[in-house]
Design a protein around this ligand. Structure first.
Ligand code: PEP
Ligand code: MG
Length: 301
């Protein structure tokens, strides 16, 4: 399934006419980046209802607030942290400002009731099965029925089977998964070669997560920037990833690349990338294993 990433109801209305099966990542924090006070339950419910309505019943995966580190929110402000990317961010805010998550889940449940559309909901930056269990219990206590977590911390990928026992689906945030796997700040351009999405270690964690989801019979998506790269999309499909969520503008090229390969062929492309020793050769090997017409048409070589 090919899905769109959005950050607001306006985005939802913009992507609705696109040929996508829905929204795979609604970054809810984007709507609140300029706010100094927390949005109320009513305000949030209005925004979420607009998004659900805009997609007309298609799948919408709503991510709860991912504040902290590279996404500072004034009303979720933390004490000064030396390493904020390793600090209280994402789902961890439930330890310091639990009412934010509770209000957000209540607002989302309100929007679901009002529109009659059942959203999927997921938490960012989950590290342990216990966090997944607690989040799932909180979401279900509000009446939300399809609950997942993001896999963007290596610990969650390594223990994906136990995480999947607690939730209905997982979605891999490959931007953060690369950051934490490679111990490389995603904002540090000078280290871009280390955080390259083709790093075989990152692909190994995606493969492990997708395999665990396959065994559990549950969906495992990718919603990081990897999903928008047509060659990587073939690798991800080959690894068993079940949906890709990206900027709507990236969808046509990704669809074109995927449509030219069978599942078996995609698996061979993924195997070629996994066998490589480094990021550069992983990409070269994957592209060499792809359909030549796709490679030429998208100028991937
Ligand atoms: C990711 O980490 O890949 C992701 C999708 O989330 P964000 O980029 O918003 O942290
Ligand atoms: Mg992330």
């Amino acid at each position: 399934a090919l899905l769109a990433n959005i950050g607001s109801p306006d985005d939802a209305e913009r992507v609705a006419p696109a040929a996508v099966e829905g929204v795979g990542l609604f970054h809810t924090e984007v709507m609140f980046l300029d706010r100094t006070t927390a949005p109320t339950r009513e305000e949030q419910a209005r925004e979420y209802a607009r998004v659900l309505r805009a997609l007309g019943g298609r799948k919408v995966v709503v991510r709860t607030l991912d504040a902290g580190a590279d996404k500072p929110l004034a009303f979720a402000d933390q004490a000064e942290e030396e390493n904020p990317a390793l600090g209280v961010r994402g789902y961890r805010l439930v330890r310091t400002v639990p009412h934010l998550l509770d209000t957000q889940l209540a607002a989302l449940a309100d929007a679901a009731r009002e529109t009659g559309v059942e959203p999927w909901v997921m938490a960012p930056m989950v590290s342990t099965p216990a966090e997944a269990r607690d989040f799932a219990a909180a979401a279900r206590s509000h009446g939300l029925t399809t609950v997942g977590v993001m896999v963007e911390v290596p610990a969650a990928a390594l223990r994906a089977r136990a995480i999947l026992a607690e939730v209905d689906f997982v979605s891999m945030g490959t931007n953060d998964l690369a950051q934490y796997t490679m111990a490389t700040d995603r904002l540090c351009g000078a280290l871009g070669d280390l955080i390259d999405r083709w790093q075989p270690a990152v692909l190994d964690l995606v493969a492990a997560t997708a395999a665990a989801a396959g065994e559990a019979g549950k969906p495992a998506g990718v919603c990081g920037e990897s999903a928008a790269d047509p060659a990587m999309a073939v690798v991800l499909a080959g690894l068993g990833v079940t949906s890709l969520s990206m900027s709507a503008t990236a969808v046509p090229a990704v669809r074109f690349a995927l449509a030219a390969h069978t599942r078996e062929q995609a698996r061979a492309v993924a195997d070629a990338a996994l066998a490589a020793a480094d990021a550069t050769t992983a990409r070269v090997a994957a592209v060499a294993a792809m359909d030549a017409e796709v490679v030429a048409a998208l100028a991937l070589a």
